[in-house]
Design a protein around this ligand. Structure first.
Ligand SMILES: NC(=O)c1ccc[n+]([C@@H]2O[C@H](COP(=O)([O-])OP(=O)(O)OC[C@H]3O[C@@H](n4cnc5c(N)ncnc54)[C@H](O)[C@@H]3O)[C@@H](O)[C@H]2O)c1
Length: 353
């Protein structure tokens, strides 16, 4: 399929391709919307099967960022970047510097940050070439690694769902199955263990599951079985697409609340979950802690301020669940409705929130 055909009519404002042959950089930036403010989203560094797969991913991820910022009430738009290649072999200072120059050329319409495959240290190198980077270390005046804030937002979402389903926002005694104990999943495991939650975990990386088992007493199961565990919350914290035609019929949880982006493999999967009586907390509402943490950089960052802002995810998700009930639509459609309403109202006012 050709590039323009792939971009299609999903209303992305622009898509940019950057290459530096000396360092091996091949990157794509997709800017979905700048209506509410400059587009913001992390840089994913991943060994995509081919360039087409990378383009499809960055288009989907950037659109989700628009919804995420809008549903979180932020004055930011949606964008995302991917670097094509295996970060363990390809990463170098030269590559991140070349990437920084590419981002700088977009003149602030896209602000980058870390994501899967990139780190805060990588972003410090990017920052040597451009100021359009967020999530730099706290010592450099930035908001640091967004993962703890993202995990806090996931935990706040679980409390909101618990309040909605069971009339109590206390997680003590609940059982949570986490797929992917990386930066967010491991942090989440710690937050939940401290609240008296029983944990089951799975990861392709056995060092990560061993660490979760040792630190938090988590039971370890295979990645093939984690979604089938009978539990209160299934929490996808690895890559996208974990909620699909094969996994949904096998699931045995009350609700899905996780950090991974694009958890639904297809649009119909939200209804498929609802038909099974499983509450789906929309990923882009649940995992907004990272960008909220970055938004807390405005007028000076402090962890206390960021924590207060991240806690607003509890109210944002509660509103989405009420909207789903009142409109009689899936939770995913309700979250999109909340986000789209904000964007269309801003568009009528001529942009910006
Ligand atoms: N880091 C953030 O602040 C943030 C913010 C919003 C959304 N997210 C999303 O949350 C997810 C996790 O992010 P992260 O920063 O923790 O990434 P990460 O790379 O640190 O962790 C991902 C973990 O998933 C594991 N994994 C990969 N494939 C797997 C599979 N098939 N089965 C089981 N485990 C698998 C990896 O080994 C790793 O431990 C991603 O989808 C990311 O886009 C992260």
């Amino acid at each position: 399929m050709g590039v323009f055909e792939t971009i299609g009519t999903d209303a992305h404002e622009s898509v940019h391709f950057g290459e530096d042959t000396a360092s091996g950089l091949k990157a794509i930036v997709a800017i979905h919307s700048t209506v509410l403010g400059p587009s913001l989203g992390g840089t994913r560094f991943y060994p995509y099967a081919d360039e087409q797969a990378a383009l499809v991913d960055v288009l989907r991820l950037s659109q989700a960022m628009t919804y995420k910022a809008a549903a979180a009430g932020l004055a930011q738009g949606g964008g995302k970047a991917v670097i094509i290649g295996d970060p363990t072999h390809l990463r170098s200072d030269d590559l991140f510097r070349a990437y920084g120059r590419f981002i700088n050329g977009l003149a602030g319409r896209y602000i980058t940050a870390e994501d899967v495959g990139t780190t805060v240290a990588d972003m410090e190198i990017v920052a040597s070439e451009t100021s359009f980077v967020s999530g730099l270390p706290v010592t450099d005046g930035g908001s640091g690694d967004p993962s703890p804030a993202t995990a806090m937002g996931v935990a706040a979402s679980m409390r909101a769902v618990s309040s909605y389903l069971w009339g109590m926002d206390n997680l003590n005694g609940r059982k949570v199955a986490i797929k992917g104990v990386g930066k967010v999943g491991m942090e989440l495991a710690g937050v939940l263990a401290a609240q008296g939650v029983e944990l089951v975990v799975a990861d392709v990386n056995s060092e990560a599951t061993d660490a979760a088992s040792t630190a938090f007493g988590a039971k370890v199961v295979s990645i093939e079985d984690i979604h089938t565990i009978e539990c209160d919350f299934f929490s996808p914290c690895a890559l996208g697409g974990d909620l699909n035609g094969a996994t949904i019929p096998q699931m045995s949880c009350a609700a899905v609340v996780g950090s991974a982006n694009n958890q639904l493999a297809a649009e119909g999967d939200a209804n498929r979950l609802a038909e099974r009586g499983i509450l789906y907390a929309p990923d882009f509402v649940v995992n907004a802690g990272g960008i909220i943490n970055i938004a807390a950089e405005a007028d000076g960052y402090s962890i206390e301020k960021a924590d207060r802002m991240v806690e607003s995810i509890y109210d944002n998700l509660s509103k989405v669940l009420r909207t789903s009930d009142s409109l009689g639509v899936s939770t995913d459609d309700a979250a999109k409705h909340v986000a789209e309403t904000r964007i269309s109202e801003a568009t009528k006012r001529g942009g910006q929130s």
